[in-house]
Design a protein around this ligand. Sequence first.
Ligand code: BGC
Length: 457
Amino acid sequence: MTFDPVHPRMPAGFRWSAATSAFQIEGSRQADGGGRSIWDDFLETPDAIVDGSTADPACDSYRHPGVDVALAAGLGLDRYRFSIPWARVQPDGAGRGNVAALDHYSGFVDRLLDAGVTPFPTLFHWEMPSSVEAAGGWLSRDTVHHFADYAEIVADRLGDRVAHWYTLNEPAMMTLQGYAVGALAPGKQLLFDALPTVHHQLLAHARAAEALRDRGAAQVGLVNNHTWVMPLRDTADDHQAAALYDVLHNRLFSEPLLAGRYPDLEALGLPPMPVQDGDLAAIAGSIDFYGINFYNPTTVTAADPVGPIPFDIVPTPGAPVTGFGPEWPIVPSALRDLLIDLHARHPELPPVIIGENGASFPEPERAGRVEDTARIDYLTGHIAAVAEAIEAGVPVEEYTVWSLLDNWEWADGYTQRFGLVHVDFETGERTPKASYDWYREHIASSRATAAGSEQGR
Ligand code: BGC
């Protein structure tokens, strides 16, 4: 059978999804007794957000949950990935759950189930309660226990209907952007002293996963954002710089989960992880699936002169770019390459879920139909890359578009639009883009092809 990149054949049962996160879409930040999170604090920092915006009202989704559910169901999604904000559930980061917030998410889960879409929540998409951060945040081992308590509270309320959970979203971004360079909340600039946050997040995930399984969860995992790292030049220095970046962005987060060990940090001149007895065994046994977010590859060169960070990230030669410019090159084959490489490194890879993939492009602010062919091309290329990886034996079971809706893109405020649905942030009006119709048709035809090939056996 020849491989058709426009309509790649996915295995029967392959699942399709789309994602959002609470802080980026909900607005009504302190409604129902919600507490402050590190993002409420960070967005008040002068110059932290490029357009000076706040995440209120964003898509105003907290007040209009039914509208988003209808859009998710209209696509024919198998699952919808959304997040539950810790600071709404535990406003002070500790103690009993906030009943009004738990009622809200319980109602949201019911709406999804009524619409035939499986709820797939994320427990931590970066909104740590400010009080937990004040006590050390992910730098402190105590946060592991606080996070497990929070997971218990949510599972006690939703676990009778929610069977599939993501614990953490992109721990690498928390560590690198949040604690090492400070481009995202909590805005710390600790460079390599940020590394304990890796271990505490992975351990928190493992402890939360135990709590979720004790309450009936069928599938628990986390989602790591991976990049395919390429040296700029074929020189020993650039290869060394690329290898270090690969460890910091990818392997620090994948290897404890998939192989029960950290990469050799000492050999790279990095401080050791604060590992205690039993930690690595708990982390290694903690996932039922491996979540991967992928957006772009990263080209790295040795820094000159050598400063505190021995590498520079540079534009990828010859690659087209998204609305972020050269920072976000478009190279779909990089997703295939990283999936195949991960599988080669870890032949026992559990089922893989692509938890986010998508792109932003400059689009109008006011409501109206958007013919976003660049996004359709981006998604087509990356889905084909996933199909090629599956053909090569990588066990990918699910693909998720980021994002269902245009939303508040963290430090980039409202300047980047990733949605299949356009949102006018002044009026709240939602208009499906051409990519929404394309994805709906893609899902339907992929299911029909898979069903046809099953029958033909
Ligand atoms: C995050 C999303 C974010 C997206 C695009 C991912 O890193 O999980 O919250 O909006 O990338 O930047």
